[in-house]
Write a protein that binds this ligand. Structure first.
Ligand code: NAP
Length: 479
């Protein structure tokens, strides 16, 4: 059984307690690897190492930092096949999707390696003679990066890569159940020659390690991706020391189809977008509003497509949908469907755990219709392979319905009418809008949420700015 360790101060190391935790494959429900379980003392050691490494790392030129980040990207690509298998075994998604995520992680490192060379200050025109005003950019300091299990590699890379590019040092904490993808990236950073202490990885009980991150004065910024509930908790903790925060939280994305769109083409794209990673995606479309003129055709095609999806172990060729991540997630899905049924919704397909498998958290892709606005699946982030379809007739009504949620991460609109497209892009309360595009995320563009979906942006120029302070320098020249 593979055995992995924490990474502190440039060394793979056991935790202070010596404890280990298993890594379980959701397709087999069996442990296949184990990893050192860290705690507060390990987090302290990692933070101290990151703080000690920071002065030298920030003094390197952006060009020298970029060489290490670019080499890391190359190593991730070279090792992509093995990394994809590890990801599928710890997370469940089909190996082709895992490979896609690994390649995106590499692209993220490469993009920030380049973007780090474009951190510019400015010279601001003076209003008084003899004065000069300028701004300098300064790395924010030691960063704690906390990631979730649904995209265990690329989401941490959206934090580690820009933080290092900006001249910060990092302590990463992956989700406890998916540590391997994080450790694989860390191994690449190590092999690329990253100086000791610049990146560290600690795995273990979240409340304890998270508390150390939030209270240790050496940590200047916490970047978190995960649930809105934990994000709010971190925000409260951050207040005491005014720690900088970036929060990438939950979503409940509307997917809106206008009558000029091709219902067949869009329904096929909708099914792929919805059931990818079993809907366990923060930007997963989760409320489908289809114009009443094409709703029937859209629904018929969607049901047929959902029924044709091949469930299986993500390592098997031809598998399109792997298991859900854990038993609790599957039970929550059953709860959402039972609640909808109880409130009058019809289950058009799916609705239950698949009976084809003896082990593993396999759930049938599910389509619901006839949902009241108070169904839980309409108000809570479902994070599940459930596609609720509703119809609409007026554009203003659908904007109001789409915005009727505390979330504001992603929204999708399908139309060929440019005026409708603009009205929607301007009217929807979402940080990411896919216009005829079900997969909008890419390293060079900003990603993040409005309302309770988060604070700040990752990726793009904004994703680097998040690790920089602006210093204003005012200079009075001698007469
Ligand atoms: P989660 O329970 O909030 O956990 C996320 C991470 O936070 C894990 O590493 C977890 O560690 C850690 N954590 C939990 N409690 C903590 C605490 N008190 N202090 C510090 N860290 C703590 O979320 P999840 O279930 O893994 O992920 C699903 C959620 O993430 C969904 O809501 C989804 O929408 C959101 N998400 C958002 C984005 C985005 O970009 N906006 C992307 C992906 C996912 P342990 O695993 O050790 O408990």
């Amino acid at each position: 059984m593979a055995s992995r360790q924490l990474y502190i101060n440039g060394t793979f190391t056991d935790s202070v307690s010596g404890k280990r935790i298993p890594v379980v494959n959701p397709a087999t429900e069996e442990g296949f690897a184990e990893v050192s379980q860290g705690g507060r003392e390990d987090a302290k050691r990692a933070i101290a190492a990151a703080a000690a490494a920071m002065p030298a790392w920030m003094k390197l030129t952006a060009y020298d930092r970029a060489k290490i980040l670019k080499k890391t990207a190359d190593l991730i690509r070279e090792r992509a096949d093995q990394f994809a298998k590890d990801m599928t075994m710890e997370q469940g998604k089909p190996v082709a999707e895992s490979k896609g995520e690994v390649m995106q992680a590499a692209d993220t490192f490469e993009w920030f390696a380049e973007e780090g060379k474009r951190v510019y200050g400015s010279l601001i025109p003076n209003s008084l003679p003899g004065k000069r005003h300028l701004t300098l950019k300064h790395p924010v300091g030691v960063v704690a990066a906390i990631g979730p299990w649904n995209f265990p590699m690329t989401l941490l890379c959206r934090k580690i890569a820009p933080a290092l590019a900006a001249g910060c040092t990092v302590v990463a904490k992956p989700a406890s159940q998916t540590p391997l993808s994080c450790l694989n990236v860390i191994q690449c950073l190590h092999d690329a020659g990253l100086p000791a202490g610049c990146a560290n990885a600690v795995i273990g009980p979240a409340a304890e390690i998270g508390d150390e991150f939030m209270t240790n004065p050496a940590v200047k910024k916490v970047s978190f991706t995960g649930s809105t509930a934990v994000g709010k908790h971190l925000m409260r903790q951050a207040a005491d020391s005014v720690k900088r925060l970036s929060l990438e939280l939950g979503g409940h994305a509307p997917f809106i189809v206008f009558p000029d769109a091709d219902p067949e083409v869009v329904a096929k794209a909708a099914v792929i977008g919805k059931f990818r990673n079993n809907g366990q995606v923060c930007i997963s479309p989760s409320r489908f509003f289809v114009h009443k003129d094409i709703e029937k055709k859209f629904t018929d095609v969607a049901v047929a497509e959902a029924q044709s999806l091949k469930l299986g172990n993500g390592l098997d060729a031809g598998t399109q949908i792997g298991p859900m991540f854990e038993k609790k997630a599957m039970e929550n899905t059953v709860g959402l469907i039972d609640d909808a049924r109880g409130k009058g919704a019809a289950v058009l397909t799916g609705g239950k755990r698949s009976t084809k498998f003896e082990k593993g958290y396999f759930f049938e892709p599910t389509i619901l219709k006839g949902l009241p606005a108070d169904a839980r699946v309409m108000t809570e982030e479902p994070f599940a392979p459930v596609m609720p379809i509703l119809d609409f007739s007026k554009i203003d009504d659908v904007i109001a319905a789409a915005n009727n949620t505390p979330y504001g991460l992603a929204a999708y609109v399908f139309t060929n009418d440019i005026s409708v497209a603009f009205k929607m892009a301007e009217g929807l309360e979402a940080g990411i809008i896919g216009l005829n595009d079900p997969v909008p995320a890419t390293p060079q563009c900003p990603f993040g949420g409005m309302k309770e979906s988060g604070l700040g942006r990752e990726l793009g120029r904004e994703g680097l700015e998040a690790y920089l302070e602006t210093k204003y320098v005012s200079l009075k020249l001698r007469d």
